[in-house]
Ligand binder design. Structure first.
Ligand code: DMJ
Length: 641
């Protein structure tokens, strides 16, 4: 046992106690010193030898022949070397010789570096599984095919833009509303300006530490997630200088050929969705080009035995994999089921059907599968094509899959009947097995887990209120009234989850258990990270009912965010909504600018801003235009044909 050195408060170190037997320390030290000296001598002799060998042994590359050029200084070689007298062989001296030596050195360094690189790559390869290597080879092949195709054509075909209505304006009818809307715009400025100063180019901002922030969903690169996610909000708020700043950054810095492993879902909804929306709103080609470049990088994720994409893909190597925690390496319903809107638009804009085919393949596969109780489990194994754990939720892991079925139908100008049918079937099963009323009369959406209903609802599931209302028109057996009511009930429950906290902000997840209703029980579920879902539902309900309570509830939430989440360096999430003195998590999420503030702004705008019969919002609140059949350009589009 050793005794650690003690460090007293004064900072002076007390030497460690010597607990060994008595010895002759001086003598021992001298002995060790002489041993070291001999070792050092041997080592330095060896190094000298190596250097000698390197510089003095004959090296054919040193005795290079040079053509006789007029500009060269030619001196017969008089070196001591053996071949010196060879007539006609000249060595070049003076500045040229120096130049050539440098050139040789450069070459040698390059060869050395290349060798090292090859060695490293070989080592890396050995670490990889057979599957990964196979995927890499496939990716390389795809790349070559893609490059050949790219050389053949390009630029992207000119596709006339669909009818774009209501991209500006939305000025509210009265003063009070105008003030509220201006306040939301000011909050957006605060969030953006601080990101601009402290986190520019990073994915997100830490508003208290005042520096960049990132999570593994964006990989290891600085991809400016906040810039891309915020663009369309800036645009509709009329923050044009800020929009142009973002555009410039994207033009000059947004690069997808990075060795970085990203989430296919997150990159699709935030980056591709954000870029496409920015393109449609502003008409700036650069956004379309970047969206297509990025989409090409995501395609290798679909190289699985079933065509169900991996959750993550390395943008450079194209190697994909799944999250370890996801039911024995399964893909997640809300991830592979939330690509449809963006991919259909990519095919529409490029005339390349590949994107459309990829998402339709997923749909066809899902249609063929048995569903326990008509419910879609959250996990699907991309190797076997079998469901993983039987866990169904309308919150995290499942949510936006249902949303995209409905929105695929809306985006197709209500012609994609297959999508509508899948949506109707799914929500019927959800209503039957997951939706219940609490003792206190609150309607909630539980989660199906291991054969029983967990009476717990996540903040994420609150988006469903808006979804039910959005899908009311066109529902089976004309149940529009029923779905409007269901949406309103979910909105009320979610409002209660906010109202029953100290901060008037909702927890991540809340229970319905005996006396406990709409309240988080576990400490780990009490946080609010600037999420949008409840405000999103208020906005849809406002648009479809014009009941003033939704604007009131939205304003309550805006005030609470302003009071408890605003800090000098931006906006931050809070760790416990039941504590009246909030502790900040120091993260300004990119979806706060993309969604939360956009939905609030729209809530206080008039309905002519982004009207819902012309625009469909992706799950990250990026508006994409409805592809109207009446639009003659559609029938001429190769992807649609
Ligand atoms: C957003 O990134 C998207 O709305 C996604 O679908 C799930 N939720 C986050 C924000 O809470």
């Amino acid at each position: 046992m050793t005794t650690p050195a003690l460090l007293p408060l004064s900072g002076r170190r007390i030497p460690p106690l010597n607990l060994g037997p008595p010895s002759f320390p001086h003598h021992r030290a001298t002995l060790r010193l002489s041993e070291k000296f001999i070792l050092l001598l041997i080592l330095s002799a060896f190094i000298t030898l190596c250097f000698g060998a390197f510089f003095f042994l004959p090296d054919s590359s040193k005795h290079k022949r040079f053509d006789l050029g007029l500009e060269d200084v030619l001196i017969p070689h008089v070196d001591a070397g053996k071949g010196a007298k060879n007539p006609g062989v000249f060595l070049i001296h003076g500045p040229d010789e120096h130049r050539h030596r440098e050139e040789e050195e450069r070459l040698r360094n390059k060869i050395r570096a290349d060798h090292e690189k090859a060695l490293e790559e070989a080592k890396e390869k050995l670490k990889k599984s057979r599957e990964e290597i196979r995927a890499e080879i496939q990716t390389e092949k795809n790349k070559i095919v893609q490059e050949m195709k790219t050389k053949e054509k390009k630029p992207l075909p000119a596709v006339p833009i669909p009818n774009l209505i209501g991209t500006h304006g939305g000025d509210p009818e009265d003063n009070d509303l105008r003030e509220k809307r201006d306040k939301i715009k000011e909050m957006m400025k605060h969030a953006w300006d601080n990101y601009r100063i402290y986190g520019w180019g990073h994915n997100e901002l830490r508003p208290i530490a005042r520096k960049g922030h990132s999570t593994n969903i964006f990989g290891s690169s600085q991809m400016g997630a906040t810039i891309v996610d915020a663009l369309d909000t800036l645009y509709i708020m009329g923050l044009h200088d800020e929009f142009r700043d973002g555009q410039k950054w994207i033009e000059n810095n947004l690069d997808f050929s990075v060795n970085s492993e990203v989430s296919v879902f997150e990159v699709n909804i935030r980056f591709i969705g954000g870029l496409l929306a920015a393109y449609y709103l502003s008409g700036e080609e650069i956004f379309k080009i970047k969206a297509v470049q990025l989409a090409e990088k995501l395609l290798p994720a679909f190289n699985t035995p079933t065509g169900i994409p991996w959750a993550m893909v390395n943008l450079k190597s194209g190697v994909g994999r799944n999250w370890g925690w996801a039911s024995a390496g399964s893909s997640i319903l809300a991830e592979f089921g939330t690509l449809h809107m963006e991919f259909v638009h990519l095919s529409y804009l490029t005339g390349n059907p590949i994107y459309y085919k990829k998402v339709m393949h997923i749909r066809k596969l899902l249609q063929k599968m048995d569903r326990p109780n008509g419910l879609y489990p959250n996990y699907l194994n991309p190797r076997t094509g079998r469901w993983g754990q039987y866990h169904t939720s309308v919150g995290g892991l499942g949510d936006s899959f249902y949303e995209y079925l409905l929105k695929a139908w809306l985006m197709s100008d209500k012609t994609d009947h297959e999508a509508r049918k899948m949506y109707d079937d799914a929500i019927e099963a959800i209503e039957k097995h997951l939706i219940r009323k609490s003792r206190g009369g609150l309607t909630f959406i539980g989660e199906w887990k291991n054969g029983h209903l967990e009476k717990k609802m996540g903040h994420l599931a609150c988006f469903a209120g808006g979804m039910f209302v959005l899908g009311a028109d066109g529902s089976r057996m004309d149940q529009a009234g029923h779905y409007l009511e269901l949406g309103a009930e979910i909105a009320r429950t979610c409002h209660e989850s906010y109202d029953r906290t100290a901060l008037k902000l909702g927890p991540e997840s809340f229970k319905f258990d005996g006396a406990v209703e709409a309240v988080a029980v576990r400490q780990a579920e009490k946080y609010y990270i600037l999420r949008p879902e409840v405000i999103e539902t208020y906005w849809y309900l406002w648009r479809f009912t014009h009941d003033p309570r939704y604007r009131e509830w939205g304003w309550e939430a805006a005030l609470a965010i302003e009071k408890y989440c605003r800090v000098n360096g931006g906006f931050s999430g809070v760790k416990d909504v039941y504590s009246s003195t909030p502790t900040h998590d120091d993260v300004q999420q990119s979806f706060f600018l993309a969604e939360t503030l956009k939905y609030l702004y729209l809530l206080f705008s008039s309905d002519d801003l982004l009207p819902l019969d012309h625009w469909v919002f992706n799950t990250e609140a990026h508006p994409l235009p409805v592809l109207h059949l009446a639009n003659t350009t559609l029938s001429r589009n190769p992807a649609v044909r």
